[in-house]
Design a protein. Structure first.
Length: 157
């Protein structure tokens, strides 16, 4: 039990931030967070290293986020944007958070893993099941889109 609690304390922020970066609502991120650690508790996987454990948690988080969108429940709901905004934690940089929220999910994920989790493109490729060249292209496109979105925010102020 101590081992499980240590893993949660160590990786809780990473799993939640990744789920939130993908799903963009605190409630959905909470659901994924719980599912990831429930799966960890059920499977009790053995890992060769902490890096392997971290990669497993990221992979399970991404898979759970993808399956969240495929669920029948998700297809039948209408999101309550106002409620999600009220419950969301205040971002450190509101303009950047707004620009990130306007990116497609595939770009948000690679940006998050590269800049917030410090993975290089080959590691992101392994985690997402893509080729490294695809990840590099997505990072380039995401940076360009973010630049445009941030300039747009500056001109609107």
């Amino acid at each position: 039990m101590e081992q499980f609690e240590r893993v949660i304390r160590t990786y809780a922020d990473m799993v939640y931030r990744l789920a939130y970066a993908h799903l963009r609502t605190p409630a959905d991120a909470d659901d994924v967070f719980q599912d990831v650690f429930l799966k960890y508790a059920e499977k009790s996987p053995a890992f060769a290293s902490e890096e392997h454990r971290r990669a497993w948690l990221i992979r399970v988080t991404l898979n759970r986020c993808r399956s969240h969108y495929r669920s029948n429940w998700w297809k039948r709901i209408v999101p309550l944007d106002e409620a999600a905004q009220a419950a969301a934690p205040a971002p450190a940089d509101p303009e950047l958070d707004e620009a990130l929220s306007r990116l497609p999910a595939k770009y948000r994920i690679v940006i998050h893993l590269h800049y917030f989790e410090n993975y290089d493109t080959s590691e992101i490729a392994d985690l997402t099941g893509q080729r490294p060249s695809t990840v590099r292209a997505q990072l380039t496109r995401a940076r360009q889109m973010l630049g445009s979105l941030l300039k747009e925010c500056d001109t609107n102020v």
